[in-house]
Design a protein around this ligand. Structure first.
Ligand code: GLU
Length: 473
């Protein structure tokens, strides 16, 4: 069987680290690019919340997927045999299944008002009962229902969880991550499947679409685990095929609560615009909940080929910026100078001479994680006057007489950094820190930084001379 997975966002905000991880793992799970299987990944838009859904967020998901290099074969923008892929355009399809559930007896109209429900909850609480819809509208006489419908009384549709089943029946399914799951049917109250305004609830449209669109594997966060028995009940009542479920372990923020905007989750577009590399994001997020034996930087194709449901992690994982930074470093190391320059050019603008830009990018890339961090190196290279700290002054004052004069002479004779080092070493016999540190400080004003040999090539000649001359004794 070919695997078909999907990502089904509600377009009410930008994709952030948490849901991008679900999307990436879902895309990898279908192994679209694997040699053995030819699965597909679908993008469905769950825009049934009319108030909060916005077109710009639909556009944004597609753009973010493109930036990450995530390809989907069906759904939004791509079309496919189960179109439309926006749930707001599938209302007539849902209506057909509402009618069927009503007709079968699995659904009933509930006319309870918010006040009725509040009162019910309060009474249940007082008598120590769990807060659950008590099914009162399920017991209404047919004439009463007809009269209320005629009177245009608003109603929702509820799914009757007890109908057609013995009181001790259970919903049992095998979750591909969490293992066997059992939920007693009687513990699940009759839940709403169609809202007053005619829109389906999440439970309903999400389950029905997964089945109708022949999704074979639903991968999603384990905050949805308790929704699954409800969704299975709906599909079983409609005799629609069930997908397999894989509920991914929660990603925690640094404060130990689920990752959210509150505790550090950031939107993918924000991260990319700051310069986080898509390949770094993808390598990190795909490993957040899936184990790869290979810890080298991999392309999406390689990550897909290495995907295995049995390698999905069972326990919650913590989002760790230092690991994202590790992958950023790996991704930077894999880039050539041209791509490095493209990546940082916006931050650097014309602060670097045109002829030097590739060399600049190559020289500083080992010292930065984000483009903005490269700006300080332009300053290091082009500054006219350097202010030293007291500690630096002490280091400079302690060098032997003639140290910088030797450097200047070598430089003016066309010597490179290695030649300067060689000559000073020969003449003064110093090595290591004693040799390198004063040179770095005098030439850049910093104690650390990119490789001096490369930096020296970038600093304009007259500035190198000026910086060395200043200290000649
Ligand atoms: N629209 C749902 C959400 O964004 C989809 C959940 C699912 O993947 O089933 O949470």
């Amino acid at each position: 069987m070919n695997i078909k997975t999907r990502f089904a966002p509600s377009p009410t905000g930008y994709i952030h680290l948490g849901n991008a991880r679900t999307a990436i793992i879902s895309a990898l799970a279908c192994r679209h690019n694997s040699a053995k299987e030819q699965g597909s990944f679908m993008l469905r838009i769950e825009d049934t919340d009319k108030e909060r859904s916005e077109n710009k967020f639909i556009e944004a998901v597609c753009e973010d997927f493109n930036s990450l290099g995530l390809k989907w074969q069906e759904g939004e923008r791509m079309g496919g045999e189960f179109a439309p892929y926006r749930q707001s355009q599938r209302l007539d399809i849902y209506q057909k299944y509402f009618d069927e559930l009503l007709c079968l007896g699995y659904a009933y109209r509930c006319f309870c008002t918010q006040d009725d429900l509040l009162k019910m909850r309060r009474e249940q609480k007082l008598s120590g009962m769990p807060p659950r819809y008590d099914g009162r509208c399920c017991r209404l006489d047919q004439e009463v229902i007809e009269q209320r419908v005629q009177d245009k009384q608003p109603f929702v549709l509820r799914f009757n969880t007890k109908f057609n089943h013995s009181p001790d029946a259970e919903i049992i399914f095998n979750d591909l991550v969490k293992g066997k799951q059992r939920f007693p049917r009687h513990e699940i109250g009759d839940f709403i499947i169609r809202k007053e305004d005619g829109m389906p609830t999440f439970f309903f449209s999400n389950a029905v679409d997964d089945s109708l669109m022949q999704v074979s594997h639903v991968l999603r966060g384990d905050d949805h685990l308790t929704n699954t028995p409800r969704q299975i009940m709906i599909l079983e009542a409609l005799q629609l095929p069930l997908p397999q479920y894989a509920h991914l372990a929660t990603v925690m923020g640094e404060d130990g609560t689920p990752l959210s905007k509150r505790n550090g989750s950031r939107s993918i577009r924000e991260l990319i615009s700051e310069g986080w590399l898509p390949l770094a994001i993808v390598n990190y997020l795909s490993r957040l909940g899936h184990y790869y034996a290979d810890d080298k930087l991999m392309s999406l194709e390689e990550l897909g080929a290495g995907f295995d449901f049995s390698n999905l992690g069972k326990s919650a994982t913590k989002f760790d910026w230092s690991l994202l930074s590790h992958w950023q470093r790996q991704a930077l190391m894999a880039m050539d100078e041209e791509s490095l320059w493209q990546w940082m050019s916006q931050a650097i603008g014309n602060k670097v001479a045109e002829k030097d830009k590739l060399q600049f990018a190559g020289s500083v890339s080992a010292n930065i994680l984000l483009p903005q961090e490269a700006v300080k190196y332009t300053q290091m290279i082009y500054q006219q006057d350097i202010d030293f700290t007291a500690a630096q002054l002490e280091i400079l004052q302690n060098v032997e007489d003639g140290f910088f004069a030797e450097a200047l002479t070598t430089y003016q004779q066309g010597g490179k950094f290695v030649d300067i080092i060689k000559n000073i070493q020969k003449r003064f016999g110093c090595k290591g820190k004693q040799l390198y540190q004063p040179l770095r400080i005098i030439l850049t004003g910093e104690n650390h930084g990119p490789e001096m040999a490369q930096l020296l090539e970038l600093i304009p000649k007259e500035l190198v001379v000026k910086r060395l001359q200043r200290w000649i004794r």
